[in-house]
Design a protein around this ligand. Sequence first.
Ligand code: NAD
Length: 523
Amino acid sequence: MTTDTEFIPGAYAPATAEPLDKIEPTPVAEIADIVERAAKAQPDWAAKTLKERQKLLNEAAQRVLERAEEIADIVSMETGKSVNEVLLNEVAGIGEYAKVAAKEARQVLKPSKVSISSVAYPGKRAVVEAVPRGVVGIIAPWNYPLSIFFKPLFPALLSGNAVVLKPSEYTPRTGQWLADRFGEVIGEDLVGVVQGGGDVGAAFVESGIDAVTFTGSVPTGKKVAARAAELLIPASVELGGKDAAIVLADCDMERTLAGIAQWSLHNCGQNCGAIERVYVEEDIADEFVRRLGALAEHIRVHPTGDHCEIGPLQNPEQRAIVEDHVQQAIEEGATLVAGGEPCGDGLGYRPTVLDHCTEDMKVMSEETFGPVIAVARVADVDEAVRRANDSPYGLNGSVWTTDIRRGEGIARRLDVGIALVNNHAIPGSMANIPWTGTKDTGTGIAASRYSYPTFVRRRTLFVDKSKKPDPWWFPFDENSRELANSLIDFSRGSLMAGLGMAGVARRRVDAIRKWVGSTKSSE
Ligand code: NAD
């Protein structure tokens, strides 16, 4: 990218540096109308059965698949990833995702009967139901501009909500395209879109939405969560990461190398769940680093050939962060093993491996979000775990070893939402596994049945078929105290008190009936 090119988010092709047509932001004054239209369409959608909603959403997913090449071209243009990469990582899975998401929905949306003691509470029954929130706002980042929507989109719609999508200002066309495909099948007002940057996002949170899911950076996520708390709407925030992998001396070297290269560099490292730090046991470190560097050198950056593994960085700010982190690490004493420089006409950056990294380097402590693998050599597992946990983030953490049982024990010591053995971040593409973290990664749970508190509130339906008044109702008399004492004794474990309660309860019911009966002649 030439320095004199004006960069307008969303109006620049990261792989080729060509300008794109600018997409106009939604005027702030119109956001509430879009939410209002979604709110009006929502009750009819909620009135459908889950089966009907599920069928329509499967159909919408099929529409996406029918036009896979078209959306892959759009995502590729907006992000710079190759069409291959987009098809594999963002498009191909949507059909299966829809099916698995529906299975989760069936579990979590079914009414649950409450068990109530017929002795203590005769004639009473209760059921807890799931009620859609209304309109769910979905605020998304640019790194997976299509598939990042799947996690909230399916559960929100399966629950009977309408949704309004807020794509990143860097990737506006992809979000609009997705909303159009879903809108064609289920009705366009049910899948609204607002376009623009932070001002639009902030106004969107205020616009009358009933819940919000936010995926993006820590500073913005904190703002969204704080404002949502004031508005008393649920917010699920999924924020940054600085994932660590621990490579043990007994790992399967070749699979581990392939796995680490994949999960560090995939999506050009612009993945909240990318491995950004590798703690490798000293015994195998020389071989591991040498071979990882060689793999990094082989990875092609789009558009340098037909089968490029990764794209460029998506925007110049992101490339500036990557350059700064790499340069600072080298100045602080890291060894550059591979990469370390820009490439191509656009925002490409060569896959980079740094060895001998320490915690005072930004590549080890701050989110880099680029194709950079920072390696630190460790004496043993305890050192690896301590250093892996020494991070403000906690999304994924992985342990690479052939001793699976030991690996599980080590993985459980990692302060993360997703702890893995011999893989990394793969649950992010599965609709039935919670995608969640700790610390600055945020409190959100995306995907799976565990994500539903954002999408539904619980309503208790309580029904009393008893013809008698409850014995603790007004008016109080000497039997009220006896009833209270019996209840206390029963709560303390006395079965005799429980048996004795029937008599006093009967006396209380008689007294209440008499009291109420006396009002017959009150005129
Ligand atoms: P960002 O926070 O800059 O923007 C995210 C979205 O928020 C965009 O749509 C943006 O327009 C909107 N926004 C900006 N200001 C807002 C405000 N005040 N109120 C409401 N919305 C506002 O993040 P980004 O740069 O687009 O994305 C990169 C970040 O996302 C990285 O930190 C990455 O780790 C994180 N991320 C996290 C996950 C996860 O699941 N944990 C997944 C993908 C990306």
